[in-house]
Design a protein around this ligand. Structure first.
Ligand SMILES: Nc1ncnc2c1ncn2[C@@H]1O[C@H](COP(=O)(O)OP(=O)(O)OP(=O)(O)O)[C@@H](O)[C@H]1O
Ligand SMILES: [Mg+2]
Length: 235
């Protein structure tokens, strides 16, 4: 199947992070200095795990590198573009075309069937009507759920919901996929199934993955794994 084609890659590094700091409530009595100078780079197509204790700033870092949260300081480049130098519209475009997101709680729209959940990002990217339906069905086939296309999220198991979310995240052929505890709500078998799908997508489409996890088992699928501790990357 060739429903997922690679975007053009401008640089050997898909993600570059230089001296990123984050303070919440800056200058106030309740200031929290969460990230204290983060530097790391991910190569195109790399599969990367980010670990660390609860509250260490993993989600904060992921949100910053994914363009969802401003840093206090530092530079984030995706595919050679400094994302915080972009105007809002350009950042939204870059997010829509280069980045896929997967969350622990799936984030599916409850009153839309599985197929429609995947059609939404396709429509936003300008793919409409029959083409969008065909493409969405291809994506559902990719995650082994073509027979659940007309099910609402309520009628799907946790593992199935996450597979629909993966199909949705892949809809616009992202260069990089960010996943925050993607298996946090899944049992061991479903975790394995989801990780196998990630590995297949990674192998077949050279999608880069940055996965936040508490689980050594999940991290063992990664090419590289690092830990966030006291606001810095170690390992
Ligand atoms: N909007 C916010 N305002 C103030 N403090 C915040 C905000 N968001 C996060 N924090 C603080 O930043 C720190 C890091 O939070 P973050 O959610 O990034 O941790 P995490 O490593 O993802 O934890 P977990 O493993 O539990 O998901 C925490 O101390 C948290 O209280
Ligand atoms: Mg978190």
């Amino acid at each position: 199947m060739n429903c997922i084609a690679a975007h053009s890659i401008k640089n050997d590094n898909i993600l570059e992070i230089y001296n990123v700091e984050k303070k919440f409530n800056e200058g106030k009595r309740n200031e929290v200095h969460v990230l204290k100078g983060i530097d790391f780079q991910m190569k195109s197509g790399e599969f990367f795990a980010l670990m660390g204790p609860s509250g260490s700033g993993k989600s904060t870092l992921l949100n910053i590198v994914g363009g969802l949260l401003n840093s206090t300081k530092g530079t984030v480049k995706i595919n050679d573009v400094d994302i915080y130098s972009l105007k809002d519209d350009a950042l939204t475009d870059l997010r829509g075309s280069n980045i896929g997101w997967i969350f622990q709680s799936f984030g599916l729209i409850d009153n839309l069937i599985a197929l429609e959940n995947i059609i939404i990002p396709l429509n936003l990217a300008g793919i409409k009507n029959k083409d969008a339906r065909i493409r969405a069905l291809e994506l559902l086939t990719l995650v082994g759920l073509e027979d659940r296309a007309d099910h609402f999220p309520d009628g799907l198991s946790g593992g199935q919901k996450q597979r629909v979310a993966i199909a949705r995240a892949m809809a616009n052929e992202p260069l990089i996929l960010f996943a925050d505890e993607p298996t946090g709500n899944l049992d061991y078998d479903n975790t394995d199934h989801v990780m196998q799908i990630f590995k297949e997508l990674h192998k077949e489409h050279q999608t880069a993955f940055l996965i936040v996890t508490h689980s050594q088992h999940v991290a063992s699928y990664a090419d590289r794994s690092v830990e966030l501790s006291d606001g810095r990357i170690i390992g």
